[in-house]
Design a protein around this ligand. Structure first.
Ligand code: APR
Length: 236
């Protein structure tokens, strides 16, 4: 699907776009949620029960992220942003920074980011150190209530007003490497469709919301995304 007469593209990415960089997904056979209970490490209640475990989980993911490199899918999306005669917005559920390190600038981290820390007591934010600990004091209020600046289950994703505004005027919505099992991101295809956008899914397997897309392609993001970007740039 090529964006003929298209001036705006919104791309939703999930863990599958970073899988070929060696960062695990959540729900695949060896995914994070097969090794950890998400209620323990990805909810405010889990953090209140055992902040040490939660920090260990995110410290490991921060370490993996630092050792990972953008793959051809991230690089192709950065190339799209530079070469497309219109607007390209990447909305990612990922908390890694591989889109930015590939060169994308318009990236919206709706689930937060590993690179920032948040004080649960006063809301202050700052650059996360490589290793965070439960008794780190907040640089603002000194309370030892430091948490990763990531969005957990039961919390409101970030930038929803900006994302919904973009979806309501988008020409082409593309979902890459996400299982479509977590809302509100899983509902973005319907918002875009209602606004008249064409919709495309690029995923290893059909997602839970595959039937809502005009077109779906199955395969590895590192192969599908560069090929799709090449066609978009060649036909605009
Ligand atoms: N290329 C393309 N798609 C892939 C690849 C790949 N190389 N590898 C895996 N996938 C697909 C899987 O088939 C799956 O559909 O990526 C999807 C990953 O799905 P999830 O593990 O559920 O990850 P995601 O959709 O990003 O999860 C959403 O759930 O737990 C939360 O906050 C977490 O942001 C995350 C949210």
């Amino acid at each position: 699907m090529e964006p003929t007469l298209t001036s705006s593209i919104v791309i939703l990415t999930g863990a599958g776009v970073s899988a070929e960089s060696g960062l695990g997904t959540f729900r695949d056979t060896d995914g994070h949620w097969t090794k950890y209970d998400l209620n323990d490490v990805a909810t405010p209640e889990g953090f209140a029960r055992n902040p040490v475990l939660v920090h260990e989980f995110y410290n490991a993911r921060r370490r993996n992220c630092a050792g990972a490199r953008p793959n051809p899918a991230h690089l192709a999306l950065a190339r799209l942003e530079t070469g497309f005669n219109g607007t390209v917005m990447v909305v990612t559920q990922n908390i890694d920074d591989l889109h930015e390190r590939a060169g994308s600038r318009a990236v919206c981290h709706m689930h937060g980011t590993l690179s920032r820390a948040l004080c649960a007591a006063c809301g202050h934010r700052w650059d996360a150190p490589a290793v965070m600990a439960a008794d780190d004091p907040c640089p603002g209020c000194r309370t030892p209530a430091t948490r990763p600046d990531v969005v957990w289950f039961g919390e409101m994703p970030y930038f929803m007003d900006e994302i919904c505004a973009a979806l309501e005027s988008v020409d082409l919505f593309v979902s890459i490497g996400t299982s479509g099992s977590v809302y509100p991101a899983a509902g973005f295809v319907e918002i875009a469709r209602s606004a008249g956008a064409r919709t495309l899914e690029l995923n290893l397997e059909p997602s839970d919301t595959a039937s809502a897309f005009d077109e779906t392609r199955q395969g590895a993001a590192g192969v599908l995304v560069p090929a799709w970007v090449d066609t978009v740039l060649a036909t605009q």
